[in-house]
Design a protein around this ligand. Structure first.
Ligand code: PEP
Ligand code: MN
Length: 376
């Protein structure tokens, strides 16, 4: 059960103390308090953990500082969608809005290699009015002999260039807790020239200790990828680890599943699960067509499979696209064969726009039919 308190309820107020005193006296129930500082008001949610079945909504909704009560199912307590749950499905980070009804494109380098390539990418993004990108500094690689990313050495120039070209959010995978501090320090040294969305890669989806550490900080939002060989439920529980530790600025990423059934693509594209995740949870949903498809294969109609898969995710309501581009794919140190070319950026963005407009029209159409059927 979640008690959503009246905005700006102070912990030292008599109303709050009265409520907590009553909750403390409930046998077999403990509480966990989550506080969110918004621009205009503070919001407090009190989670009741334990056997709350015997507790009725009326028992707790009568307290003056309780605004609403939500009875949650066992699964995904914080991030899940529950009955009569009108908690928000969006957040803002560094001036960019993320939600279940927004769309942001993160086109960029899978792995940072040279300063020149980073600058070419950022410049192209600005020319195409983009404020988000992806830049890999810490790369989890299958082979220990493969390029592991430049790590903290590249952060100062990546962040400086992001500031120069108006990039507000960079998605960046971390694989170890020490990377968090390295990113924090580099951002500070560049005068917070940009913002970072931490990425938990598919190989670390169930690295619970990393999830707890990333969940305990609220400076950066987190993109967590679905584990490539586990169930959707297991991956959603992994996302819940982040939120249960305090960070709710979480985006869930679909990136394809590891199975030979998906051949000749690198992974089996799972973007039909976009609406499923939006129904089960309040998280915005990201699609990664590059790591799903993994090739620049093109069909006779002139469309790359990566663009087809992107459209499939967007038409299903995806909220974020994470996609590999590179100014010179043959020179890329990671995943060159799946990178789109700089000159393909305007086409890619226009295609996304087209499909997004169609998705919005489909939502309006569904709404119209729903209204008609309730009138009849
Ligand atoms: C990536 O986005 O660079 C990446 C390694 O993705 P994934 O974790 O989905 O393999
Ligand atoms: Mn990659």
């Amino acid at each position: 059960m979640i008690l959503i308190l009246v905005p700006n309820t102070q912990p030292d107020s008599p109303e709050y103390k009265q409520l907590m005193c009553r909750l403390d006296a409930l046998p077999g129930i403990s509480t966990r308090v989550h506080k969110e500082m918004g621009a205009e008001q503070s919001l407090t949610e009190v989670y009741l953990i334990g056997n709350t079945k015997a507790l009725s909504i009326e028992d707790v909704s009568g307290f003056p500082c309780v605004d609403r009560v939500v009875r949650v199912s066992e699964e995904y307590r914080v991030l899940g969608r529950h009955k009569d749950d009108d908690r928000p499905t969006y957040f803002t980070y560094n001036g960019v809005n993320f939600g279940q009804d927004t769309l942001n494109v993160f086109a960029g380098l899978c792995a940072v290699d040279t300063l020149e390539h980073v600058e070419m990418m950022m410049k192209a993004l600005r020319e195409n009015n983009q404020v988000c990108t992806r830049m890999g500094a810490y790369k989890p690689r299958t082979s220990p002999y493969a390029f592991q990313g430049h790590g903290k050495a590249c952060l100062p120039y990546v962040f400086d260039l992001a500031g120069k070209y108006g990039i507000k959010v960079i998605a960046m995978e971390i694989t170890h807790e020490s990377h968090l501090e390295e990113i924090r320090n580099a951002l500070f040294q560049t005068g917070n020239a940009t913002g970072v969305m931490l990425q938990i890669g598919t190989r670390n989806t169930q690295n619970f200790e990393l999830l707890k550490i990333v969940g305990r900080q609220q400076d950066f939002p987190v993109l967590i990828k679905r584990g490539f060989g586990i169930t959707l439920d297991e991956s959603l529980n992994a996302a819940e680890y982040l939120a249960s530790e305090g960070n709710r600025k979480v985006i869930f990423g679909l990136r394809g599943m590891k199975t030979n059934m998906g051949d000749p693509h690198r992974n089996f594209v799972d973007f039909s699960h976009v609406p499923v995740v939006k129904r089960l949870t309040r998280m915005p949903v990201c699609i990664d067509p590059s790591h799903s498809v993994g090739t620049r294969a093109e069909s006779p109609d002139g469309l790359l499979d990566i663009m087809q898969a992107t459209a499939q995710g967007i038409i299903a309501g995806a909220n974020m696209v994470l996609v590999d581009f590179h100014p010179a794919p043959s020179k890329a140190l990671v995943d060159g064969p799946q990178a789109l070319l700089m000159k393909e950026l305007p086409h890619f963005l226009e295609d996304i726009q087209l499909v997004r407009e169609t998705y919005e029209k489909r939502v309006a159409l569904a709404q119209r039919y729903l209204e008609q059927s309730t009138l009849n």
